[in-house]
Design a protein around this ligand. Structure first.
Ligand code: SF4
Length: 336
């Protein structure tokens, strides 16, 4: 498959008074047309920074891309000027955020906010844009769209506001939708509706979706593939079923043990991962998870593990996959 976006060895740092924070430390992944790729990991692991960097939303400085590239249809996203990025952002790649209320303009009707994108990026007249805004509101299943197009964000519920954000994001039929914790601020019933909506829309307009979340329930319902981030690095990636059924990295195992597994409802004893993520002012030389890993070996604190290809579509960044790793530890991970 030819990926529409290939991110290669992306590294991002932030200059602060206390030193340089290495927030993203060599992230690589491919995104294929029409697929849903979930990016999971704890808060502060670099999930949002990675995609905000690709969208040109991180102020530089204090941010700085120290290496890497991200070809998207022949253009490297990380080398484009602000002006070039404006032509892509909201048009070819769109993003929705966790809190729709703070993303919407409270002084403009929702119809005008959707129409603004259509006029700017698709060159529509005001009347065409208004009609298309109503069509988009219907597409995201907002009832009485023709009347509600003239209402303001505060007149909508949280779930409906998220639908408006999705309508704005879809206005230009983007090739990629980046959804950053799209359901975190919503109650469980509305979460389910938004997931259903994204699932249907992704098929309808064949758009790739990047789902940034810490909620494995959302991942299981929507994603095709998963990439697990820890301390600014992807430590494991693969098809969603494989990652849930047979995780191969101790951090993924820890994540699964800490939260209810939607594919293993019989597992009710939840265990927290001990310790906390490393200080990214001065990341460890070896594996970033070593201080918390129950399987850590001598080499783990000394050398950063390479990425091991476990099969065509599965990767894991862990020394346990080295041919010389102790077989008893490998067996323990396999049967955990
Ligand atoms: Fe644990 Fe070592 Fe694997 Fe890191 S490389 S996850 S410390 S076993």
């Amino acid at each position: 498959m030819n990926p529409i976006l290939s991110v290669k060895d992306l590294a991002v740092e932030f200059a602060t008074y206390g030193g340089s924070v290495k927030a993203v430390r060599g992230v690589s992944f491919d995104l294929n047309a029409g697929e849903v790729l979930a990016i999971v990991g704890e808060s502060g692991c670099g999930k949002s920074v990675t995609f905000q960097t690709l969208m040109g939303l991180i102020p530089m400085p204090p941010g700085k891309i120290t290496r890497g590239n991200a070809p998207f249809e022949g253009r490297d996203l990380v080398s484009l000027s602000d002006k070039e990025m404006q032509g892509i952002r909201g048009k070819e790649i769109s993003m929705i955020f966790q809190d729709p209320l703070s993303s919407l303009n409270p002084t403009m009707t929702v119809g005008n906010q959707i129409a603004e994108v259509l006029i700017k990026h698709r060159g529509m007249s005001s009347e065409e844009a208004r009609n298309e805004a109503i069509a988009l509101m219907k597409l995201v299943q907002i009832p009485e769209a023709s009347e509600r197009v003239d209402q303001y964000p505060h007149q909508f519920s949280g779930g409906m506001r998220q639908r408006i954000m999705i309508a704005i994001a879809l206005a230009c039929k983007p090739k990629i939708l980046i959804a950053d914790e799209p359901t975190t601020a919503l109650d469980v019933t509305i979460q389910g509706q938004i997931i259903e909506l994204l699932r249907g829309l992704r098929k309808e307009i064949n758009m790739a979706v990047v789902l940034i979340t810490h909620d494995l329930g959302v991942v299981a319902s929507l994603a095709d593939r998963v990439a697990v981030l820890y301390a600014g690095e992807i430590v494991e990636s693969g098809p969603v079923g494989d990652i849930f059924k047979k995780p191969s990295h101790p951090y993924t195992l820890g994540l699964q043990a800490a939260i209810p597994n939607p594919l293993k409802p019989e597992k009710t004893d939840l265990k927290a991962i001990p310790g906390s993520p490393p200080d990214l002012f001065s990341p460890p030389t070896g594996c970033a998870f070593a201080a918390r890993c129950p399987f850590a070996m001598e080499i783990c604190t000394r050398e950063n593990p390479p990425i091991f290809d476990l099969s065509d579509n599965r990767k894991s960044k862990c020394w346990l996959h080295h041919k010389n790793a102790p077989s008893n530890l490998r067996a323990e991970v396999a049967h955990a």
